[in-house]
Design a protein around this ligand. Structure first.
Ligand code: TEU
Length: 632
């Protein structure tokens, strides 16, 4: 049944997209959805709320909001169901940012041979699967997310032969490897786009969104993620769409030929032996027909005008099913979709077993405390992370599986968002890694997390490389901010924090390169490097290794039930993982203060502790313990 302005708030909440949006709004407002849905407010009709506000912007918003809610007729499965075992549910994934992993030839940038030389160390850590950020031929406008040739390795990383060797060596070690599939857009230097522009009759024109302007302006009001409009002028009164940089042209997935090309690209790499893909902004591929203007109110709220017309577009499910069936299924390939903006319920509709779309998604609702954005200087509340994970886990049916991560190449380090002093970064790293490796779901560790790397110590805009930051800096200074003020904004949220080189040892630049690194190494390399940490039994590295080992002992930490304790106790996070007679208790102090332990569990049950001499009833700042409560 469709919802309308006569529907009650609670009816809207019963719809997947409605629930996700109301949950998000209630988080922004800092109220619990329960409060919005109590018997009084839950029975309010939208038309009433609209009249109450009397604002045109609210009326406008309601219409588009209802359309979004109604666009998803599906209902996720919520019942009981048996979990089917899969390798990707059991694997510990490790994300490699190739530019900053290991440089074998001294040009200052990492490469495939460098990765190859470190496989044994990753294996020793316990890593099962690697995800490589893009390594394809590209003009490198957005660090490889602008692909010029999908079937060629970028020269600076090596050759196709090197890639084949890497795949082989990964498999020899009983590990797996997935690549990044960037097919919402191509580089403007891709031959398809060049042909599209050079010949008006070219079949490649319809591979992209090339449209005449509207009254001398862009075809619509959509905004780019990297500042300015989402349209680039490509001819007299002619524009091409780019949701990201102006060198990343959006592909038109409504064109069957484009979908066929993508299928062929996936199959090309599957034939070479890769085990699957991470699908870049894959929820953006279906744009609303007619490309209507974005809602101004939504635009003001989230900054990216137009998003509602493509973040969960009309043909998304269909295109994903088609891709899976034609390209992934024949190889048993694994697919994790990057899906910014998609909430928990809609996420289920993209991943539930039997729907034939994706295996996993990366959602991002937990990466900022509600009400804040990445570019703001604020202290992230780790209790929010806990609440978010509880919500995710408790909502999981046997047909669901989730990814668990806090870091990637697009975000400052989570430990630095929580602790601006940096004093607790090693302890906090252990807390976060424990969540990743003991909650139910597939963990994705981002390179450097295993040694507790912090945000980078950039000094000025000259240290910054990322296009998003550089464009924003230009925009801010253009609007009158001083260069210091603008740099402060960049420093809070730049993606470059995560993109600095790995520290392998104490030598110059952390042993990452013998040359000049493409982006500055940070001073924490002196302590937070692999070599040093491998020798210290209490290092973050060894904590990670021990946790992974524990996961491998029996499958309780993978498939076992999760039962949370003392959920409402602030700064405290504890849960059990249970399967048959096997039972683990995980406890953490989420604060930098001493805390009394709510559960009275004997010390002799502890199998992993972040402190050398834990006290039975006291938890020190950010202390973590795992106890074995199983019947032996
Ligand atoms: O990111 C998509 C995305 O929406 C964000 O995480 C993005 O980096 C940020 O919100 C921009 O404001 C993916 C890739 O992970 C990212 O590195 C690419 O730049 C982007 O797609 C475009 O391909």
């Amino acid at each position: 049944m469709k919802v309308s302005k006569d529907s009650k708030l609670k009816d809207i909440y019963s719809k997947p997209v409605g629930k996700d949006i109301i949950d998000k709004l209630s988080m922004q407002l800092g109220v619990s959805p329960k409060l919005l849905l109590n018997p009084v407010t839950g029975n309010l009709r939208l038309s009433f709320i609209e009249r109450l506000s009397g604002k045109k912007s609210v009326r406008n918003f309601m219409t588009d909001f209802l359309e979004m809610v109604n666009s998803e007729p599906g209902v996720p499965f919520h019942g009981k169901s048996e979990i089917h075992e899969k390798w990707w549910k059991e694997a510990v994934f490790y994300q490699i940012y190739p530019s900053s992993f290991c440089d074998s030839d001294g040009d200052g940038e990492g490469d495939l041979k460098g990765i190859l030389s470190k496989l044994d160390i990753l294996k020793d850590l316990g890593v099962d699967a690697l995800w490589l950020n893009p390594v394809y031929d590209s003009p490198w406008d957005d660090n490889g997310y602008d692909i010029r040739d999908y079937r060629k390795i970028h020269e600076k990383f090596g050759t196709m032969e090197d890639m084949g060797k890497l795949i082989n060596e990964v498999h020899k070690r009983d590990m797996r490897i997935i690549m990044d599939l960037v097919v919402n857009h191509t580089s403007d230097e891709h031959e398809w786009f060049k042909k599209a522009l050079s010949d008006k009759d070219s079949p490649y024109r319809d591979y992209y969104f090339i449209r005449p302007g509207k009254e001398g302006k862009e075809p619509n009001n959509w905004k780019s993620f990297f500042s300015g409009p989402a349209w680039k002028k490509v001819g007299e009164d002619e524009y091409a769409m780019h949701i990201f940089s102006e060198k990343q042209m959006d592909l038109n997935w409504d064109n069957e030929a484009v979908r066929k090309e993508v299928t062929d690209i996936v199959r090309f790499w599957m034939d070479k032996g890769v085990d699957g893909f991470r699908l870049d902004v894959i929820n953006f591929i279906s744009k609303k027909p007619g490309l209507p203007d974005g809602n101004e109110t939504i635009g003001e709220l989230i900054n990216y005008t137009g998003l509602e017309h493509y973040y969960y577009g009309p043909n998304l499910h269909r295109y994903l099913r088609e891709l899976k069936e034609k390209a992934f299924d024949p190889y048993g390939g694994f697919a994790v979709g990057e899906t910014p903006g998609v909430g928990i319920e809609a996420g289920k509709l993209l991943t539930q077993e039997g729907r034939g779309e994706l295996d996993l998604i990366f959602g991002f609702d937990h990466l900022e405390t509600p009400g804040h954005t990445r570019m703001e200087d604020y202290v992230y509340d780790i209790n929010y992370l806990k609440d978010y994970f509880i919500r995710l886990e408790e909502g999981m049916s046997g047909k669901d599986w989730i990814s668990i991560f806090t870091d990637n190449h697009d975000n400052p380090r989570m430990i630095s968002k929580i602790d601006h002093t940096g004093l607790y970064s090693d302890k906090l790293s252990k807390v976060i890694l424990t969540m990743l490796l003991t909650l139910k779901g597939t963990p994705f560790i981002f390179q450097g997390q295993e040694t507790g790397r912090k945000n980078a110590d950039f000094k000025d805009i000259g240290d910054i490389r990322d296009i998003e930051s550089l464009n924003l800096y230009k925009e801010l200074t253009g609007k009158g901010k001083s260069s210091e003020e603008a740099f402060r904004v960049i420093l809070s949220g730049t993606r470059d924090h995560a993109r600095i080189p790995i520290a392998w040892n104490e030598s110059e630049n952390g042993g990452f390169t013998e040359g000049q690194p493409w982006i500055k190494q940070s001073m924490d390399y002196k302590d937070n490097n692999v070599e040093k940490q491998m020798k210290d039994p209490y290092s973050v590295w060894n904590w990670t290794k021990n946790l992974i080992n524990l996961r491998k002992q029996d499958k309780t930490l993978i498939y076992g039930d999760v039962v949370f304790h003392n959920k409402d106790k602030k700064n405290w996070f504890s849960y059990e993982r249970i399967s048959g007679n096997s039972k683990y208790l995980i406890e953490m102090n989420l604060s930098n203060k001493m805390m009394r332990r709510p559960l009275n569990i004997p010390l002799d049950r502890i199998i992993l502790s972040s402190e050398k001499n834990p006290e039975r009833n006291i938890f020190r700042p950010y202390e973590v313990r795992i106890s074995d409560l199983g019947q032996k």
